[in-house]
Design a protein around this ligand. Structure first.
Ligand code: EPZ
Length: 437
């Protein structure tokens, strides 16, 4: 396992430039399968999630090139079904394969999807996805190592409603409905910026999609879609991660590529904690202006609420705030596992089953430790850490960078799943570390 030895106590100062959102580019790549001509996707980061999806697409005959500037060409003109054993080799590596269902059913009339991977932050079922696909007319067969789908009568538009505004399930509907016969109406849709960017891509391809004020998405199926050219939306989760790092290390980080509109909720919280930011044309400067950090009460939610992916890095900064902060995680039932390592480093974080600080959520009274109380400020001291998941891993790195002393952080390859050139960025910010494979 790859390991980093970090000597903390130094502020992170400098500039990082971020590319397209991990949670958009992988879906945009799958969308290229729907086009009869080649697509060009710009600002695609070189991260392992992108590599996994590239391999799966290539297994199905898509020709892909991805250059150093992040420009990806995808040519789906000779898509054919891959051998199950090849696809199965990618089982457990990502959640994106589930989004291949609609496009492969449209192109091939069948699909085999390996069992899914992704961060262990909850059960992460795919019941909404399968329900939606059945509504479109898919026949689904669960196999020991994955799921086989077919569409004997083709895919027809459907009226579907999501019990929870799931990002993935909304993408499932979008990627399946655009070529389905007739009208699709999705109520209870997710409307994250990454979803809206995927809709923009599909519209470029020839799709007819509207998003109403009541979160109802309507799609008129069309006969044929062409390839697209698109510059991916920036990664607001990575931008928020570096912003939290600047706060936790009393640093000053310019995040090139970050934009204000998609980060408004984060910026409000960042300012309330005591951080300062300056919006420039080509990015956002996040810095610790000196003085004390303030405790806050945060409830994660779907867009435009406070993103669940933002809370983990920010919790590290909250360990340095004077007083009690509360985080009520309402999107995933088990997303505070990373706090154990922070407590080992001297943080004082208590997690609770109750819905603390906000409205009761789906996880209340169900034995899920989904609320956290952070008491600060606490001096963080170095420790040996093993990265548990993507965002938790970034938080552990930030804690090690903020702590006094030298920490060993293992399993860091999990961080490269979502943060391109992570080590180069740390070095550019003046972090004191060494890396062993
Ligand atoms: C996407 O995951 C992102 N991942 C997540 O980012 C992000 O946290 C999440 O959306 C919420 O914004 C990617 O886009 C690859 P969901 P997704 O379906 O689509 C439940 C990161 O760190 N649910 O909106 O899997 C689910 O269990 C990752 O970049 C069902 O119950 O999230 C969860 O409680 C982490 N059944 C809630 O919905 C289903 O069929 C939200 O999940 C699907 C979801």
């Amino acid at each position: 396992m790859s390991q980093i030895t970090v000597t903390g106590g130094k502020p992170l100062v400098g500039r990082v430039d971020i590319k397209g959102a991990k949670n958009l580019v992988t879906k945009a790549m799958v969308a290229a399968l729907l086009g009869h001509s080649a697509s060009v996707l710009k600002d695609v980061p070189k991260i392992s999630d992108v590599e996994v999806v590239s391999r799966l697409l290539q297994l199905h005959g898509v020709l892909i090139t991805h250059d150093e500037d992040g420009v990806m060409h995808l040519d789906p003109s000779n898509v054919e079904s891959a051998r199950m054993v090849d696809i199965d080799a990618h089982a457990g590596s990502s959640r994106i394969p589930i989004l291949f269902c609609g496009p492969l059913l449209h192109r091939l009339g069948e699909a085999f999807i390996p069992d899914l991977g992704g961060c262990h932050i909850g059960d992460r079922p795919i019941d909404f996805h399968l329900e939606v696909l059945r509504n479109f007319g898919a026949v689904i067969e669960k196999l020991p190592n994955g799921t086989r789908l077919s569409a004997p009568e083709g895919l027809k538009g459907a009226k579907v409603s999501l019990p929870y505004p799931s990002v993935g399930a909304t993408e499932q509907v979008l990627l399946t409905s655009v070529l389905a016969e007739g009208i699709t109406e999705l109520s209870g849709a997710a409307i994250e910026p990454e979803i809206m960017d995927l809709i923009a891509i599909l519209q470029k391809m020839g799709a007819v999609i509207s998003v109403d004020t009541d979160r109802v998405i309507r799609v008129e199926g069309v006969e044929r879609l062409e390839g697209y050219t698109h510059r991916a939306l920036f990664d607001r989760n990575e931008a928020a991660s570096w912003a939290a790092a600047a706060l936790a290390t009393q640093g000053d980080i310019f995040v090139g590529g970050a934009r204000q509109p998609e980060m408004m909720t984060f910026l409000n919280v960042f300012r309330k904690v005591g951080g300062a930011f300056e919006i420039e044309d080509d990015g956002i400067r996040f810095y610790h202006p000196g003085g004390e950090l303030n405790p806050v009460v945060i409830e994660t939610d779907v867009h435009p609420g406070f993103m669940t992916d933002w809370q983990q890095p920010l919790v590290v900064a909250l360990t340095q705030a004077k007083g009690l902060s509360i985080v009520h995680e309402t999107v995933y039932e088990n997303r505070f596992g990373f706090t154990d390592a922070l407590n080992d480093m001297g943080a004082q974080i208590q997690i609770y089953r109750e819905c603390l600080g906000g409205t009761p959520c789906r996880f209340g009274q169900r034995n899920f430790y989904h609320s956290a109380v952070i008491s600060g400020p606490t001096a963080l001291k170095a420790a040996d850490i093993r990265v548990p998941d993507l965002r938790g891993g970034f938080s552990h790195m930030v804690a090690a960078l903020a702590a006094e002393g030298t920490s060993n952080v293992s399993n860091v390859q999990l961080i490269s799943r979502g943060y391109e050139h992570f080590l180069d960025k740390l070095a550019a910010l003046g972090a004191d570390f060494s890396y062993t494979e």
